[in-house]
Design a protein around this ligand. Structure first.
Ligand SMILES: [Zn+2]
Length: 461
């Protein structure tokens, strides 16, 4: 009897890991499911515990080999039970909204997420949520239909996709989370009761915002709503696509201050009723490299030369046409082989000054022939000889999207012409402030220059 007792004590002693005393028994510890991109260090930082504690608690033999979908016990989170899920905050996210929706204690959420203020929850931020049998709505009784993806299931049952994945015993809802940013007015406190009666959903993609990227804002309404708004201070231009859907395409400035940006949307119904919605969204740096210092005639840097051109181009590219002329991907405006001399966004210094300029387009060297092609259909709205940009053309692609072509040798179109994709509009030259023959091509998205490559590689609505 006594020996059995001693063996029991010994087993208990060996079960207590290391020298640290856990305040929760191991079986009660919250569990985190390893996601793609996770390392022990990332997980440790996320939950504010030491990597060694995670390794010890889970008896991990090789911390460099973490398999996606592995459940890991997370020590040191007093009072937290269940499966820890990280969710990217969507439009409408607020601490009170999340705690109400999932019936979670706000104090516990503040502690778990190490928040110092509820305003730290913004679109694009990662929120950790614990799920257990105390949140009955997170384990819905609706059985998953065969053939239904976890994401479809999540939508049908209004469930977090990660929970849906766990219910389905899938390690991850895979590629379905990024890009699916659905705002549900039912759970939101930021939108007035009045507004929620008219707005079905608001989405903004891609998230988080990034310097130089093109953002697509889609608003689905229950009828005809006159929409306006702004993103990071730039006024949005909405266009109706039918069935109550409105789309705005907006560039994020390549030198926009990283941090929190504001998406604001206002609506007017029948010219009288009015509602508004505001949401903070994470804006990330573009990590653009520095170009070698450029040496130019100093007089071409003077405001009396640069400002009138800037103002002229800004005026032309700030008047959106309500029609949309493109329907597929844009193409490079030159023939193959393509040789790029300078990419979009790179930081620039002129004549050893500070790097407070950025490259607003793509510079193509001459590696095939001199032809310049229209990258997408549109109307020629400007041709002119400018001091800095040389012989220049601007094409209006509709919906606030414009292409600019600088330093041309000559032009083969006229203002007012409608050009098709691949139509020759002129030849590459070295006119204006240029260090040699090249084509500078830039794209404006509602008054802001954006990464042109995105328009070649990704479809836009
Ligand atoms: Zn350039």
């Amino acid at each position: 009897m006594a020996s059995k007792f001693i063996i029991c004590i010994l087993i208990i002693i060996f079960l207590i890991p290391g020298s640290r005393v856990l305040s929760q028994s191991d079986t009660d510890l919250p569990v985190y499911i390893v996601r793609s991109g996770d390392t022990i260090n990332i997980i440790a930082i996320r939950f504010d515990v030491s990597p060694q504690d995670i390794i010890d608690t889970n008896q991990i033999e090789n911390p460099d080999l973490l398999t996606i979908g592995t459940p890991l016990k997370i020590p040191g989170l007093d009072g937290v039970r269940g499966t820890l899920i990280t969710e990217t905050a969507n439009l409408g996210a607020s601490l009170s909204g999340i705690s109400r929706k999932y019936q979670l204690d706000p104090e516990m959420l503040i502690k778990l997420n190490r928040l110092t203020s509820p305003s730290q929850i913004f679109v694009g931020s990662t929120i950790i949520l614990p799920f257990n049998e105390d949140n009955p709505q997170l384990y819905p009784s609706t059985p998953i239909a065969s053939g239904q993806s976890p994401l479809e299931y999540a939508f049908v049952t209004n469930t977090n996709p990660w929970v849906a994945a766990i219910i389905n015993q899938k390690s991850t809802p895979s590629k379905m989370i990024p890009g699916e940013n659905i705002f549900s007015p039912v759970d939101d406190q930021n939108i007035s009761q009045f507004g929620s009666a008219y707005i079905k959903s608001i989405s903004i993609l891609p998230l988080p915002l990034k310097q130089g990227k093109t953002e697509i804002i889609t608003v689905n309404t229950n009828g005809q709503v006159e929409l306006s708004g702004s993103l990071n201070g730039y006024p949005l231009s909405f266009f109706a696509t039918g069935e109550g859907e409105y789309v705005a395409i907006q560039g994020v400035h390549a030198m926009a201050q990283p941090g929190l940006a504001t998406l604001a949307i206002q609506g007017r119904v029948s010219g009288e009723d009015y509602f508004s919605f505001e949401q903070a969204i994470l804006l990330e740096p573009g990590y653009y490299p520095r170009d070698p210092v450029l040496y130019v005639d100093p007089t071409t840097l003077l405001p009396e030369f640069t400002q009138p051109e800037e103002d002229l181009i800004r005026t032309i590219t700030s008047s959106p046409t309500p029609e949309k002329f493109w329907s597929s991907l844009f193409r490079h405006p030159v023939d193959e082989p393509i040789c790029v001399r300078s990419w979009f966004g790179s930081r620039r210094s002129y004549n050893d000054g500070p790097f407070n300029y950025f490259h607003s387009g793509i510079d193509y060297g001459v590696c095939a022939n001199l032809n310049i092609y229209a990258p997408a259909p549109g109307r020629v709205v400007y041709i002119g000889d400018l001091t800095v940009r040389g012989l220049s053309t601007i094409i209006d692609h509709g919906w606030g999207i414009f292409s600019g072509f600088w330093h041309q040798a000559n032009t083969m179109v006229q203002v007012g012409d409608f050009v098709q994709t691949g139509q020759i509009i002129g030849e590459i030259g070295g006119t204006g402030r240029s260090t040699g023959p090249h084509l500078h091509w830039e794209i404006w998205a509602n008054g802001v220059q954006v990464e042109p490559l995105d328009w070649i590689t990704k479809p836009h609505p």
